[in-house]
Design a protein around this ligand. Structure first.
Ligand code: RFL
Ligand code: PHB
Length: 393
C-alpha cells in the first residue's frame, strides 16, 4: 500500500489536513486509534477563531457552522461581581468568534472525508513509524485483524498529546513545559444559555467560565485542584459552587438544569521544537498544548495544518521544498504567541494556591487595568479572535 501523505490521528488536525489535501488532488490515508463514536462524542473545544471559521467556509465545510453555530461579537470579563463588556468585533475591525463544538467540526470533516471515498480507518492498533529520514517513510499498523504496511511520501503526526509521533522525532528536539496548580471541572447542562456572550470570571473562590453549545445547552467550568476526583462532586455541589462564582451583582446567573456530562481536565503549556524531523511533520496537540483559558488549541491545530497543507501542495505543484523546510519555524511563530496569550489569560484569571499578598494585589491591578483601558481591551480582543493569518489555500 502506498499513499502520498499518511495521516495519523482523526481529530480536527488530521481530518482538516486530509480535507485540504483532497482539495488539491493529493491522496492521503487517515489512521485513527479510537472508534468513530468515541472521536465524535469527546467533549472538548467550543470556540472557533474567525480564521478557523473562514477556512471551513472557504473550503466548503462551513455550511452547518453558519446554520447552527453561534457568532459572538462580544465576550464579558467578570471581576468582583461586575461584568465588563468586551466588544470583540468593534475592537478588531469586525472579527468575531464562533461557538460551535469540536464534536460538530469533527462530524463535518468526517462527512466531507467520507464523501471523497478516500481512506479513513478507525480502530487501528500497534501503529509504528519507520524510515522518516528516507524518501519513503512507512507506517505499520493492525486493522481488522491484519497487519499492514503503508509507504508514504510524507507522514503527518496529528495524533494529539498522548500519541506516538512526537517520540519518533528523536532526541534532537527541545520541549518547553509548564503545568499549572489547578484544573477545570467542566459540565454540559441541559439549560438555555442565560447570556448571549461567554463570561470569563475572576472570583475570590477561583476562576469560572460561562459558555454554551446551542440554544438549549450551557457549558460551564470552574477551577479546582489539578488532581480533583470528579466523584467528590455531586450535581448539587457543582451547581452551588458555579452559582457562587458566576452570579454577578446585577443579578445575572446561569440557568440551572440537568447535568449531562462532567469531568476534570488538567492544565498545561507544552511546545516541541522543531515540529518536524525528516519526512515526519507534527501538527496540533501532538506538537503543543495550551491551557484552555484562551480557547486556542483547536485553532492552533487548524493553523498548523493550513501551513502544512500549503507546503505539501507546493511540493507536489513544483517540486520545491522551501515551505516544507520552513513549516516548523513558520508554525511556531503563531504557536508561541498563542502560548503567551493562553498563559497570560490563565495567570490573570485564576487563583494560585501559592500566591502571596503581593501577587494577589498585582493581579487585581492587572484586571482593573484591562477592564478600564481601551488599549488593553483591544490587545485582549485581537488575540482572542485570533491574530491575522492568510487563509488562502
Ligand atoms: P486530538 O483532538 O487529540 O486528536 C488526536 C487524534 O489522534 C488519535 N490517536 C491515534 N491515532 C492512531 N494511532 C495512535 N497511536 C494514536 N494516538 C492518538 C486520538 O485518538 C485522536 O482522535 O488532537 P488535534 O487533532 O491536534 O486537535 C486538538 C484539539 O482537540 C484541542 O487542541 C482542543 O480540544 C483544545 N481545546 C480548545 N481549543 C480551542 O481552540 N477552543 C476551545 O474552546 C477549546 N476548549 C479544549 C477546550 C480542550 C479541552 N480539553 C478537554 C483538553 C476545552 C477543554 C476542556
Ligand atoms: C468551551 O465552550 O468549551 C470553552 C469556551 C472558552 C474557553 C474554553 C472552553 O476558553
Amino acid at each position: 500500500m502506498h499513499t502520498q501523505v499518511g495521516i495519523i490521528g482523526a481529530g480536527p488536525a488530521g481530518l482538516l489536513l486530509a480535507h485540504l489535501l483532497h482539495q488539491k488532488g493529493i491522496d492521503s490515508v487517515v489512521l485513527e486509534r479510537r472508534d468513530q463514536e468515541y472521536v465524535i462524542d469527546r467533549v472538548r473545544a467550543g470556540v472557533l477563531e474567525q480564521f478557523t471559521a473562514d477556512l471551513m467556509t472557504q473550503t466548503g465545510v462551513g455550511e452547518r457552522l453558519h446554520r447552527e453555530g453561534m457568532r459572538h461579537d462580544d465576550v464579558y470579563l467578570s471581576v468582583g461581581g461586575k461584568r465588563h463588556h468586551v466588544p470583540l468585533a468593534e475592537l478588531t475591525g469586525g472579527k468575531s468568534i464562533y461557538v460551535y463544538g469540536q464534536n460538530e467540526v469533527v462530524k463535518d470533516l468526517m462527512n466531507a472525508r467520507i464523501a471523497t471515498g478516500r481512506p479513513l480507518h478507525y480502530e487501528v492498533s500497534d501503529l509504528s513509524i519507520h524510515g522518516i529520514d528516507s524518501a519513503k517513510p512507512s507506517i505499520r499498523f493492525q486493522h481488522n485483524g491484519q497487519q499492514h504496511e503503508l509507504t508514504c511520501d510524507f507522514i503527518a503526526g496529528c495524533d494529539g498529546f498522548h500519541g506516538i509521533c512526537r517520540s519518533a522525532l528523536g532526541d534532537h528536539v527541545t520541549t518547553y513545559d509548564r503545568t499549572y496548580p489547578f484544573g477545570w471541572l467542566g459540565i454540559l447542562a441541559e439549560a438555555a444559555p442565560s447570556s448571549d456572550a461567554l463570561v470569563y470570571t475572576y472570583h475570590q473562590r477561583g476562576f469560572a467560565l460561562f459558555s454554551m453549545r446551542s440554544p438549549k445547552i450551557t457549558r460551564l467550568y470552574f477551577q479546582v485542584p489539578p488532581d480533583e476526583d470528579i466523584a467528590n462532586w455531586s450535581d448539587e455541589a457543582i451547581w452551588e459552587e458555579m452559582l457562587k462564582r458566576l452570579t454577578t451583582d446585577d443579578g445575572w446567573k446561569p440557568n440551572v438544569g440537568p447535568i449531562l456530562n462532567k469531568n476534570v481536565t488538567a492544565m498545561r503549556s507544552f511546545v516541541t521544537e522543531p515540529m518536524q524531523a525528516g519526512r515526519l511533520f507534527l501538527a496540533g496537540d501532538a506538537a503543543h498544548i495550551v491551557p484552555p483559558t484562551g480557547a486556542k488549541g483547536l485553532n492552533l491545530a487548524a493553523a498548523d495544518v493550513l501551513l502544512l497543507g500549503r507546503a505539501i501542495a507546493a511540493y507536489y505543484a513544483d517540486g520545491k521544498t522551501a515551505l516544507l523546510d520552513s513549516y516548523s519555524s513558520d508554525a511556531l511563530q503563531r504557536v508561541w504567541k498563542a502560548q503567551r496569550f493562553s498563559w497570560w489569560m490563565t495567570h490573570t484569571l485564576h487563583r494560585f494556591p501559592d500566591e502571596n499578598p503581593f501577587d494577589h494585589k498585582r493581579q487585581l491591578a492587572d484586571l482593573d487595568y484591562i477592564t478600564g483601558s481601551k488599549a488593553a481591551l483591544t490587545s485582549l480582543a485581537e488575540n482572542y479572535v485570533g491574530l491575522p493569518l492568510d487563509t488562502s489555500f
